[in-house]
Design a protein around this ligand. Structure first.
Ligand SMILES: [Zn+2]
Length: 67
């Protein structure tokens, strides 16, 4: 098993997608657009945007092409 510390763990990604802080389990506030954890105060915006880029490329694949 190899652990890459530079990349996000799938658990952390899913947690952020569900608006939960991967580090403390607190709620990430999406309304302010800063994605700040309400418990520990950590900002997850950069991580969130990285995830969004990944999911965006995924969505592209699944998008139906109707003409
Ligand atoms: Zn937190």
């Amino acid at each position: 098993m190899s652990v890459r510390r530079n990349t996000l763990e799938p658990d952390a990604m899913s947690a952020i997608v569900n608006c939960l802080c991967p580090e403390c389990g607190g709620v990430i506030e999406l309304e302010t657009n800063r994605l700040e954890c309400l418990r520990c105060g950590k900002h997850w915006r950069q991580v969130w945007e990285r995830i969004r880029l990944r999911t965006a490329s995924k969505v592209k694949r699944f998008s139906p092409t109707r003409s």
